[in-house]
Design a protein around this ligand. Structure first.
Ligand code: FEO
Length: 170
């Protein structure tokens, strides 16, 4: 097993999870600026969830006796075209993360690193939920036209999201 290769891949994914948190904080700030506090709250909860993901990788890297390498975090966009566009971008981003996790699974399988394969199972399932929750909001926005009173109602609904760190065996 190439431990250096595994270390690099895990640190890359750690960076992507931190970037995800950064991206959702940027979206949250933008939603605040266009007077959508419920959207802003949803994005902030999502950012917290991403930090939780990042810390799972951080703790795992250390637990395996590998080195954490905190890479530079890219600057996210600052503005989006519309509420629909924001959720299109959320879904697109989560699809990229799913692809990244799947690639990571392929690498650790090639390297016969079965412990990391098991660790990644949680993320494989989590990504199904991540995509589904983004898509659910996107579909609702599209169906209702995402404007006026419909937008107001969706904003109210999104304000009820509560982030509770999932209980895991890690
Ligand atoms: Fe950490 Fe939203 O994937």
């Amino acid at each position: 097993m190439d431990r250096k290769k595994i270390e690099k891949e895990l640190n890359n994914q750690l960076n992507k999870e931190f970037y995800s948190s950064y991206l959702y904080m940027a979206m949250s700030a933008y939603c605040e600026s266009i007077s959508l506090p419920g959207f802003a709250h949803w994005m902030k909860s999502q950012a917290q969830e991403e930090l939780f993901h990042a810390m799972k990788f951080y703790d795992y890297i250390i637990e395996r006796g590998l080195k954490v390498d905190l890479l530079k975090i890219d600057q996210p966009e600052k503005e989006w075209e519309s509420p629909v566009n924001i959720f299109e971008e959320v879904l697109k981003h989560e699809q990229c993360i799913t692809e990244s996790i799947n690639n990571l699974v392929s690498v650790v399988e090639e390297e016969k690193d079965y412990a990391t394969r098991i660790f990644l199972d949680w993320f494989v399932s989590e990504q199904v939920e991540e995509e589904a929750s983004a898509d659910a909001v996107l579909q609702k926005l599209k169906l209702t036209g995402g404007q006026g009173s419909a937008l107001f109602m969706i904003d109210k609904e999104l304000s009820t999201r509560v982030f509770t760190p999932p209980v895991t065996n890690e």
